[in-house]
Design a protein around this ligand. Structure first.
Ligand code: CAA
Length: 274
């Protein structure tokens, strides 16, 4: 998508021209109903900056309507080594400041910045799409949270998830805590976060962090196969079903039944209503 298209769709949209994304270290490609976001700073293990997160938000805002599957992957040996450690230095990341400069600003400003960063993660759960994280090597801190932001995680057998934030005196704040608890349960989430230990492939699969573990060389193929399976079902039914599944935890069985009936009535009307 060109910058002009992005602006047309979003009004005040983030610059997600290919040139700008390349500067930030992201590639964004759309092939029919599949969009692929690739973190592309392999020499820095795909470390993420504030610009990474606002660019992700911009991609979400301007995602072409035909897209049904979004793949998030990382180039090179690691999915992502988390936040760019330059953020912890007084100099920070050129043009993006540092935590020292943020700490000198007001609390309201900082909370606003965090909300802006989180926007880059939240859209990946929209009912209209299914997001798949393809994770190899390290997924640390913000990298782990980006994988958690996706609906599904297909991982290579060398995957190493680590929620490092508490070890650094921070909390995970890129929306990762809720999906982590929902996937693995509170006790396991406490264990993983408060020890900042590494979760390898076998455990990730066993505790529900990963849907599938494959050999490293098979990761792209496994993700392509999953995308094809997801695209084989009816689009509108898939959106409605995801909406139902996402809402299930917050409803009683009775309420969920009502919600199912409403969605089904709309489906039947669309399919057989003439
Ligand atoms: N930020 C910036 N640069 C990073 C980086 C990061 N997070 N992680 C790795 N790099 C850079 C290294 O400095 C190195 O650069 P040079 O070649 O210029 O020296 C290059 O990437 C390769 O790194 P390694 O040689 O260390 O590669 P490795 O494969 O041996 O190890 C690693 C990989 C285990 C991920 C290791 O690099 C590492 O531990 N990185 C730091 C991880 C980290 O602590 N991340 C912060 C998580 S907390 C978080 O994300 C907080 C938040 O959201 C608020």
């Amino acid at each position: 998508m060109t910058e002009a298209q992005a602006r047309q769709r979003g009004g005040n949209a983030e610059d997600i021209s290919a040139e700008r994304l390349a500067e930030i270290g992201i590639r964004f490609e759309v092939d029919g109903e599949i969009a692929t976001i690739t973190l592309d700073r392999p020499d820095k293990r795909n470390a993420q900056t504030f610009a990474t997160w606002t660019a992700l938000a911009g991609i979400g805002e301007s995602l072409p309507e035909q897209v049904r599957v979004v793949v998030v992957k990382g180039e090179g040996p690691s999915f992502s080594a988390g936040i760019d450690l330059r953020m912890f230095t007084p100099e920070g990341v050129p043009g993006q400041g540092s935590f020292s400069s943020a700490a000198r600003g007001g609390d309201a400003d900082f909370e606003h910045s965090i909300r802006k960063a989180q926007a880059g993660f939240l859209w990946l759960r929209r009912p209209e799409i299914v997001s798949i994280a393809a994770v190899q090597g390290h997924a640390i801190g913000a990298g782990f949270q980006l994988a958690l932001a996706c609906d599904l995680r297909i991982v290579a057998d060398d995957v190493k998830f680590c929620m490092k934030e508490p070890a650094l005196g921070l909390v995970p704040d890129l929306t990762g805590t809720k999906p982590l608890v929902e996937l693995v349960g509170l006790a396991k989430a406490i264990d993983i976060c408060l020890t900042a230990r590494t979760v390898h492939a076998e455990e990730a699969m066993r505790i529900g962090l990963a849907e599938q573990v494959v050999a490293r060389d098979d990761l792209d193929r496994a993700v392509r196969d999953k995308a094809a399976q997801l695209l084989s079902t009816n689009r509108d039914a898939a959106v409605a079903t995801k909406r139902l599944l996402q809402g299930a935890r917050g409803r009683t069985l009775e309420e969920q039944g009502v919600a199912e009936g409403l969605e089904q009535a709309a489906r039947i009307k669309a399919l057989f209503g003439g």
